[in-house]
Write a protein that binds this ligand. Structure first.
Ligand SMILES: Cc1cc2nc3c(=O)[nH]c(=O)nc-3n(C[C@H](O)[C@H](O)[C@H](O)COP(=O)(O)OP(=O)(O)OC[C@H]3O[C@@H](n4cnc5c(N)ncnc54)[C@H](O)[C@@H]3O)c2cc1C
Length: 499
């Protein structure tokens, strides 16, 4: 029996299969109903699954985690403002009604490859799962621009695991500073670098500045947490490059008002356990400019700079010859399928998609949650259209604008009002309130909304961040080693000071 043979393996799982062969198919699929397999239950995958609720298909949702994650609030978990369950919901629970109807199965497992020749996805245990229709919504991961060796010194923020790592490193750094008696050695523990000034970097830097200035300010005896430096390095000339210049400027001012330092134009050249090397184009006295190399001693670096598509994009390209863009995203057709495979849709951050709102002038769809959700819905919709013998529709992305928070009472907003064809820009407290409303509204589950609202209200009035606990304090992370003499002895010498 071929492991990917749907009918044969379905029968085997239903009857005399051995335990291992039974793993090849999880539940028998009826001969009449098409099976739609959805890889990933993030924003795109979840919307697709919900949109198929009333379709006459069997849906199988496969995700490597057991939860749907609301990534826009992940920085709150990383900075101890919210507990993990407030921004994550068990996939089984979210989809329980469809599971109860018998139309949907949830499998927790990592998809390692896609074999389009046999219409199967391959799971981490080697199981093959047949699909009639496939929606690939596996999202993106961090990119260190070819320097994966930096990952252990500069964790990115993408999963709950990443958020816990960052929380532990940030809080541990303050603890280490309190233990350190030598001021020169203490300084790197009280210096925090965030690389990349997109929305995530800006949120992280602003919130860490608040932690240093307010949350911890009365809780240490040997150190003054308010002396901590939070430095945001950005290779481009301004922060929040996707926003207009005036809002970028407002964001930088608000960050600096919170106590963070902003270094636009800083190109990171190396990251080690002891600090960060970067180049800055600096104006000289004679009016010329010169690239000057710097070394910032720090034990805590957070990476918010690069995004790369899920490796499943490469697997699809290998199997189908489809095109990938520079970030490894799958270049999809107007209906979100890949050329020659009308039954394979790619949605969300993994897709390099265009919007055909104006069919004459298609525009690139940004890697944001509304884009992923709208694509997920469109893929499901087109599957249903095809099943009825109708032509699929081109994807049309409705962009309602961009929001970024910087800290308490600080945010920037750029909202598009399509009906009156106008863009509204605002910043400060009103933008922050709007940001808060939008994020609470889109959280999954009534309980989560209440928990987040209550935690934020508490934090607003007390500046406290009650999730300041972390397991495994002695985890051997590069910045979490206890202060030891050999650390300092082994520390690389900083480059000579700029002349
Ligand atoms: C820190 C952060 C903050 C953000 N803030 C905002 C914001 O404020 N506003 C906004 O609009 N967007 C924001 N985004 C972007 C937004 O979250 C993404 O655009 C959106 O999540 C993309 O949805 P997706 O479904 O493509 O992927 P995801 O939501 O990432 O979901 C991918 C899913 O696939 C699963 N998966 C991945 N690989 C496999 C595999 N091999 N096998 C099985 N399962 C797999 C993952 O576990 C995950 O559940 C933010 C992103 C991050 C990381």
């Amino acid at each position: 029996m071929q492991p990917h043979d749907r009918s044969a393996s379905s029968a085997s799982s239903a009857s005399s299969a051995s335990p291992s062969s039974a793993r090849t198919e999880v539940r028998p699929a009826s001969a009449q109903r098409q099976r739609v397999v959805i890889i990933g239950c993030g924003f795109g995958g979840l919307e697709a699954a919900k949109a198929l609720e009333h379709a006459d298909v069997d849906v199988v949702v496969v995700d490597r985690t057991n939860h749907h994650l609301f990534q826009p609030l992940l920085y709150q978990v990383a900075t101890a403002g919210l507990p993990a369950p407030a921004i994550a919901a068990p996939i089984r629970h979210v989809l329980r009604k469809q599971i109860a109807k018998g139309h949907l199965t949830v499998l927790m497992g990592e998809v390692t490859s896609i074999d389009t020749a046999s219409s199967c996805i391959v799971l981490d245990g080697g199981e093959h799962l047949h699909y009639d229709q496939l929606i690939v919504a596996a999202g993106a991961t961090h990119s260190y621009f070819g320097r994966d060796d930096w990952a252990k010194y500069a964790p990115g923020l993408k999963t709950l695991g990443d958020a816990f790592t960052i929380r532990r490193r940030v809080l541990t750094a303050f603890e280490q500073a309190e233990r350190e008696t030598d001021p020169t050695r203490r300084e790197p523990w009280l210096t925090f670098a965030v690389v990349g000034a997109g929305p995530t970097g800006v949120e992280m830097a602003g919130t860490m500045a608040e932690i240093a200035q307010h949350t911890l300010s009365t809780e240490f005896r040997r150190i003054d947490s308010r002396m901590a430096r939070i430095i945001l390095l950005e290779g481009a000339p301004r922060v929040l490059g996707a926003f207009t210049e005036d809002l970028s400027q407002r964001a930088q001012e608000q960050l600096e008002g919170l106590g963070a330092e902003v270094l636009p134009g800083a190109k990171v050249t190396n990251i080690t356990a002891f600090g960060i090397h970067y180049d800055l184009n600096e104006a000289q006295a004679d009016g010329s400019s010169k690239v000057v190399s710097h070394f910032l001693p720090t034990r805590t670096v957070i990476w918010a700079a690069g995004v790369a598509a899920s490796p499943l994009g490469k697997s699809l390209a290998k199997s189908t010859g489809c095109e990938l863009d520079r970030a490894g995203r799958v270049v999809v057709q107007p209906d979100l399928t890949i050329p020659g495979h009308p039954n394979i849709h790619v949605v969300g951050d993994l897709a390099s998609a265009r919007s055909y709102l104006d069919p004459q002038h298609p525009t690139a769809v940004p890697g944001v949650s509304p884009g992923a959700k709208q694509m997920g819905r469109k893929a499901a919709f087109n599957i249903m259209r095809r099943m009825k013998g109708q032509e699929p529709q081109a994807f049309r992305y409705f962009d309602y604008g961009s929001l970024a928070t910087i800290g308490k009472r600080a945010a920037v907003a750029m909202i598009d009002l399509p009906y009156i064809n106008k863009r509204v820009k605002f910043s400060g407290f009103s933008a922050w309130l709007f940001w808060l409303f939008v994020h609470v509204y889109f959280l999954i589950g009534f309980r989560n909304r209440m928990v987040v609202l209550m935690d934020w209200a508490w934090a607003y009035f007390t500046s406290q961040r009650h999730a300041r606990v972390f397991p495994d304090p002695h985890a051997l992370e590069p910045n979490a080693v206890l202060v030891r003499v050999q650390d300092v002895a082994n520390a690389p010498k900083p480059p000579p000071a700029a002349s």
